[in-house]
Design a protein around this ligand. Structure first.
Ligand code: ADP
Length: 374
């Protein structure tokens, strides 16, 4: 129906970043089309995220038994971890249809009112990047979520009147990469909040095995381990690297993805054994070689690598922090000992001025929203 649905479907939501970097967690337009072929269709097909998966299964089963739509669901976590996939799975597990839109696409509350009044009984409304929804639309959403009712304002100025409109009971599934930016009243209206975690290498290997089977790629165990290790804990990146490695295997080898083929292909695409790409390494090199390990402000760092500060902050840093290579301190960015070692540089005598920051990489899966909200 209205424009917002269409816009979200084309994947404009995530902007351009996805097309440029092999290890960007964002998806470009073309990639979204490929991705839809690889999406799991049921909770049993959905790999990893044991906690969210199990809790969600209970929520859905309870709702089915009661014959009522389940509580509204908020899925939070970094891009590429399966939030959209889960929203679609919720729809298919409930046997209802899913309407998709995104926060930035809902500019006016009228757009949202139209969407809500078009929902069928029990439908799922998926709003991606829900923290970016315009404030008037958000206020309209409160009443819709709570009472399945919206006030449609007719007219302008002092003569405007609000006409209450009943809507069908529905389930809102909101996804956010920045849970910290969600307002309290909106967050409180979700009955279930699922915090998505980065995937373990073994889980990514399962994702890769499944995708390889769907794409008809001959992927060996060692080849899959090589790709999984460089995928930054993110299924979207794992699937993308698999496609790049497959191309290489078909053109430069016999089509089989072995460890050697994966290594050669990923070297060609500038993805190193930790999953760092050229820009990540440029940031680390600037920090270590030009600024003596820091502390240095993010804007200075961005100028040094010829990038926008937001790119450095949102694309490179979350992973560098998670990998234990970079620390954010009140005085600026600092390279950890692991960063010096990763670049093959001798760690400076006297240690690193990190204060209380640890140089150990955090346990896999322990990355938190804080990294993304910092
Ligand atoms: P998000 O909405 O969090 O950005 P998506 O749901 O769009 O992430 O997932 C990105 C891609 O990763 C999809 O193509 C999907 O097939 C794949 N994917 C994500 N999570 C899983 C999973 N648990 N099992 C299998 N594939 C997954």
């Amino acid at each position: 129906m209205s424009a917002p649905f269409d816009r979200a479907m084309t994947g404009e939501v995530d902007g351009e970043l996805g097309q440029e970097w092999a290890v960007s967690p964002q998806a470009g337009d073309e990639e979204r089309v490929v991705e839809s072929a690889l999406r799991p269709h049921s909770l049993t097909e959905f790999i990893g995220q044991p906690k969210v998966s199990r809790q969600l299964a209970l929520v859905l089963e309870g709702a089915k038994r009661r014959g009522r739509p389940p509580d509204h669901v908020l899925l939070s976590g970094p891009p590429g971890l399966g939030k959209t996939s889960l929203a679609l799975i919720i729809g298919s597990e409930l046997g209802t249809s899913v309407k998709i839109t995104s926060g930035p696409a809902i500019e006016r509350s009228g757009d949202l009112a139209a969407m809500l009044s078009n929902l069928g009984a029990g439908d799922v409304l998926f709003i991606d990047e829900i923290h970016r929804i315009a404030r008037p639309a958000e206020e309209l959403l409160y009443m819709a979520m709570e009472d399945f009712r919206v006030d449609v304002v007719v007219g302008k100025g002092p003569g405007a009147t609000a006409i209450p409109l009943e809507i069908n009971p529905f389930t809102l599934v909101g996804a956010t990469t920045r849970a910290g930016l969600l307002t309290g009243p909106l967050r409180d209206r979700f009955g279930f909040v699922g915090q998505m975690e980065f995937y373990e290498p073994a889980e990514l290997q399962e994702v890769l095995a499944r995708s390889a089977a769907l794409l008809g790629v001959d992927l060996t165990e060692a080849g899959s381990a090589e790709i999984a290790g460089r995928s930054r804990g993110t299924p979207r990146i794992a699937n993308r690297l698999l496609r790049r490695v497959r191309d290489y295997a078909e053109v430069e080898a016999d089509g089989r993805v072995t460890r050697e083929v994966a290594q050669a292909a990923l070297a060609l695409y500038d993805v190193d054994h930790l999953g760092l790409d050229r820009l990540d390494r440029a940031v680390l090199e600037a920090l270590v070689l030009r600024f003596g390990g820091g502390p240095v402000g993010v804007s200075t760092l961005a100028v040094a690598v010829g990038e926008e500060p937001t790119t450095v902050e949102e694309v490179c840093e979350p992973f560098l922090v998670r990998a234990g290579l970079l620390a954010r301190t009140p005085r600026g960015r600092v390279a950890t000992e692991a960063a010096w070692r990763h670049l093959g540089q001798p760690v400076p005598r006297g240690g690193i001025p990190l204060g209380r920051v640890t140089t150990d990489p955090p346990a896999p899966g322990s990355s938190s929203e804080a990294l993304f909200d910092a």
